[in-house]
Design a binder for this molecule. Structure first.
Ligand SMILES: Nc1ncnc2c1ncn2[C@@H]1O[C@H](COP(=O)(O)OP(=O)(O)O)[C@@H](O)[C@H]1O
Ligand SMILES: [Mg+2]
Length: 246
């Protein structure tokens, strides 16, 4: 579904090139859940900017669905690091954004979204405004909006990064619960090791100073639940990843 080959990128807006990504290669197969983990400033969000087409690579190639293209805007479902919900729109009207101007009646689209609101635990909040929601609800709203793009590949940039650990835990349970039905391919950014292991089939560790990208497979069986984090198997993976991140 996605292949990134020997990608390099520098920000040049100050006139001096600032290398952020250097010779990075990753791949994601259809149906996979893949995470990118790395400390702040290692270029994770920049990589998403490149994949989504907001930025163009300096070197290397990005292949989506087997096709090398420079026109990537609108081809993936991208949930940026800030949820960017429109404050003057209700939950339902935020979620409808990606399909608002597509063909079909608005009422039918709203009915379609209402079915999802139930799965997302938001059905009582359809008419609420973003400032009236809890952090977890805002993230679910933003996630549902990303899902409405109908794209198979979803790029989620630290969707649970701003949540407290209890809410985060319940979001993991929730995501693991609906993951099987969603039938989507996810590339997920996080700096939370536990979250990455629990959710992913594979993890790429992005290292800031070495500018390297190391692939780690997560051999935990599915379906998973948040209790997995207490198993010996989980701790072993966690330890080896911690060593890699050092
Ligand atoms: N628009 C920009 N102009 C210049 N430098 C930037 C810009 N956006 C990000 N950077 C720099 O690029 C590096 C990587 O940023 P980013 O991709 O946001 O990292 P991460 O998401 O891993 O925290 C950081 O050093 C950051 O300061
Ligand atoms: Mg970031």
């Amino acid at each position: 579904m996605l292949t990134v080959n020997e990608l390099s990128y520098s920000f040049t807006d100050t006139g001096v090139g600032k290398s952020v990504l250097d010779n990075i290669s990753i791949h994601v197969q259809a149906g996979e859940f893949v995470s990118i983990i790395g400390e702040s400033g290692s270029g994770k969000s920049t990589l998403f900017g490149l994949i989504s087409g907001l930025l163009q690579p300096e070197q290397g190639e990005i292949i989506l669905n087997g096709k090398l293209t420079h026109q990537r805007l609108g081809k993936v479902g991208y949930m940026p690091q800030k949820d960017l919900l429109l404050p003057w729109r209700t939950v339902l009207d935020n979620i409808i954004l990606p399909i608002e101007i597509t063909k079909g009646s608005l009422e039918e689209k709203k009915e379609g979204i209402r079915k999802w609101l139930i799965r997302f635990g938001l059905s009582d909040y359809e008419k609420f405004y973003p400032h009236e929601l809890s952090g977890g609800m805002r993230q679910r709203t933003a996630f549902l909006r990303t899902l409405m793009t109908g794209k198979n590949l979803l790029l989620l940039d630290e969707p649970f990064g701003a949540l407290d650990s209890f809410t985060k835990r319940s979001m993991h349970e929730w995501l693991l619960g609906i993951w099987e039905d969603l039938n989507k391919t996810v590339l997920f950014i996080t700096h939370d090791l536990e979250e990455a292991i629990l959710l992913s089939d594979r993890i790429y560790v992005l290292k800031r100073f070495e500018k390297s990208c190391i692939e780690v497979k997560i051999p935990l069986s599915r379906p998973r639940c948040s209790e997995f984090i207490y198993t010996q198997e989980f701790l072993k993976i966690r330890k080896s990843l911690e060593r890699l991140l050092r």
